[in-house]
Design a binder for this molecule. Structure first.
Ligand code: CMX
Length: 140
């Protein structure tokens, strides 16, 4: 098995403050974390959903992937993220399997993760994120 489990699903939203209020009602709790990821030009908030999380993402610049996504496809499900034990090993494996990786090295993502995306055109139109919880030994 390649994955440790589903870590989170990412939902692209236009106005994260409004969506936070909506999801607070839906999830029955406030987000446990809000974070700006400057490298991705996004504002994020995370809700605990039991054995996984829901991440809301709002673009902070027109260059952001979230901005382009919403322009093209509207708000909605943006990606699903699987936890992996060793992101370097999985990136190597998936690349050898023919999947196009959208970053050649793991990037610093939200929620203390090292992340890598697989091109959605290689996975039936769904953007897949690999993420590894960062430990001190694996910090970039
Ligand atoms: N899910 C499914 N399909 C997607 C998609 C997504 N999230 N984003 C784009 N696409 C589709 C587009 O609709 C388009 O399809 P068609 O050609 O059929 O219209 C195709 O992929 C190419 O899209 P594009 O707009 O021409 O190309 P982009 O320059 O926007 O690049 C992608 C798309 C996926 C390569 C780019 O968004 C990327 O590198 N994403 C990874 C990084 C990311 O998403 N960061 C934001 C989240 C960060 C975080 O979680 O912290």
């Amino acid at each position: 098995m390649n994955f440790e489990g589903l870590d989170h699903i990412g939902i692209a939203v236009k106005d994260i403050e409004k969506s936070n209020q909506l999801f607070e009602i839906l999830m029955g709790q406030a987000p446990y974390k809000q974070e700006s990821v400057d490298s991705e030009n996004v504002l994020t908030s995370f809700f605990d959903a039991g054995n996984m999380k829901v991440e809301l993402l709002q673009a902070t610049a027109e260059s952001s992937a979230i901005y382009k996504f919403i322009e093209k496809r509207g708000e909605g499900l943006h990606h699903i993220a699987f936890e992996v034990e060793d992101i370097y090993a999985k990136m190597k494996q998936f690349e050898a399997d023919g999947f196009r990786l959208l970053n050649k090295q793991p990037k610093q993502g939200a929620d203390n993760k090292l992340i890598c995306f697989i091109h959605p055109k290689d996975t039936n139109g769904v953007l897949i994120e690999l993420c590894q919880t960062q430990t001190e030994e694996k910090e970039l």
